[in-house]
Unconditional design. Structure first.
Length: 222
């Protein structure tokens, strides 16, 4: 599962790493405890190239009567994304990546308390989290662009904490995921693989992460 993120980089840093052609997000305050329904940065491809914008985390299907009610899945399983009606069309036509400094997972201590851990790229780069997106529109209401992050089975680094992890894209897999011309489900699903264990660094984080009311860089360390 992927249910809490760190998004601390300004648009310029994100645009440089992901070779963005157009930035349509004005400001991006650093956030160290991003929870579902929050706005996250997202890189998607358009006819004019890669665009960095903002999306609400938690996918609202276009057929929903009201975006404030009903389920808003924050994750989509890589193994079944092509078969699920909620995600299948988006997999083919509406893919994006959510850039993140890292994410949190928890381990329950013997005394029943939950200890958060912070996971980030070993080389210090931003994570490119595979995601799919949808646009919800109704007359008289503001449009809502939302996304769900794809997950895979956990690698050896994440497995002691959780059996799932976000699908992190690198290199050619990232380029293919953001290629709007690629619409073959059989070619897309193999891109969604667990990141090699050595590519992730894990360290205990502050238990202040347990409350979404808390924020700030102090959350990254115990």
């Amino acid at each position: 599962m992927c249910g809490r993120l760190v998004s601390a980089q300004p648009p310029g840093v994100i645009a440089a790493q992901f070779e963005v052609d157009e930035v349509v997000i004005d400001t991006l305050p650093p956030r160290y405890n991003v929870a579902p329904t929050a706005v996250v940065p997202a890189v998607a491809s358009t006819r004019s190239g890669r665009r960095l914008g903002a999306m609400s985390w938690g996918l609202v299907p276009p057929w929903a009567d009201d975006p404030t009610t009903g389920p808003r899945p924050i994750n989509a399983r890589a193994e079944t994304i092509a078969e699920k009606p909620l995600f299948a069309e988006a997999l083919v036509r509406r893919r994006c990546v959510v850039p993140a400094d890292g994410f949190y997972e928890w381990r329950t201590s013997p005394d029943g308390t939950k200890q958060p851990f912070y996971l980030s790229m070993t080389d210090g780069s931003l994570l490119a989290l595979a995601a799919v997106w949808e646009r919800w529109e109704r007359r008289g209401a503001p449009a809502l662009v939302s996304c769900a992050i794809v997950t895979t089975p956990a690698n050896e680094t994440v497995r002691p904490l959780h059996d799932r992890m976000p699908a992190v894209l690198t290199g050619h897999a990232l380029d293919q995921w953001l290629d709007p011309a690629l619409r073959d489900r059989r070619s897309l699903q193999p891109l969604l693989q667990p990141l090699p264990a050595s590519a992730l660094t894990v360290a205990p984080a502050s238990r202040l992460v347990n409350s979404t009311a808390n924020d700030g860089p102090a959350l990254l360390s115990a």
